[in-house]
Design a protein around this ligand. Structure first.
Ligand code: GSH
Length: 215
């Protein structure tokens, strides 16, 4: 059985595994509680970040790469447009942009908020990271103004990537989205597989519930 190490961006992987109906085991990894002592996890990913998966002899990190691996190995064509489908290019582009252009830049801001000294909470780099996020979000919004899903008419794995990134920005830096993005998040998260993933990811579920309680 596949073992998924860590939530955070591991939620993307859990959601995809639920969509594909692949059994998995979630092994919690607490980054804030002495990761240097979690020898079992460090044997899987010596760099100490999450998520990672173990599938038999295969060990992988990077949430988008893990998604591509699972889709190629077990997906049987589901959640990925065929290569001759006009939606294929948009699918690939937004699958990667969800991390490279959206969640990644937000990470720099979040790390600053959580870890940086008081005097460095606001700096040029966090402003730049926010500008990068906003410019890529412009492409997401333009796409969603003309189609219900990020690659067109059908839900694909790219929607998992982008939805996670939008929720990450909403939950960590309080980014306020417009109607187009909020309707999109409501559409993608209404899926049964999303709910099942949330039920299987207790840290994510508790985090989201805690945020709701603060509003
Ligand atoms: N690009 C990576 C980002 C991974 C990442 O930043 N993970 C965070 C938690 S969601 C983490 O482990 N941060 C601690 C670290 O990078 O050392 C991915 O998509 O998997």
């Amino acid at each position: 059985m596949i073992t998924l190490y860590g939530e955070g961006r591991g939620f993307r992987v859990a959601w995809l595994l639920e969509e594909l109906g692949i059994p998995y085991r979630l092994r919690q990894v607490d980054l804030l509680d002495g990761i240097e002592n979690d020898h079992e996890f460090l044997a899987v990913n010596p760099a100490g970040f999450i998520p990672a998966i173990v599938d038999g002899e295969t060990i992988m990190v990077e949430s988008i790469a893990i998604m591509e691996y699972l889709l190629a190995r077990y997906g049987e064509g589901s959640l990925v447009p065929a290569t001759d489908d006009p939606a294929f290019a948009a699918y690939l582009q937004f699958l990667h942009m969800g991390e490279a252009g959206l969640a990644g830049p937000v990470n720099a801001i979040v790390a600053t908020i959580i870890l940086a000294p008081e005097s460095e909470q606001t700096n040029w780099t966090t402003g730049w990271a926010l500008d990068i996020f906003k410019s890529r979000l412009g492409l997401v919004s333009r796409q969603l103004a003309q189609a219900p899903y990020i690659a067109g008419e059908r839900f694909t794995a790219a929607d998992i990537s982008v939805t996670y990134a939008l929720q990450f920005a909403e939950r960590t830096i309080g980014f306020a989205f417009g109607t187009v993005e909020l309707d999109y998040i409501a559409r993608t998260t209404a899926r049964a597989a999303y709910r099942r993933a949330m039920d299987n990811c207790p840290a994510t579920k508790a985090w989201v519930a805690g945020l709701a309680g603060t509003k």
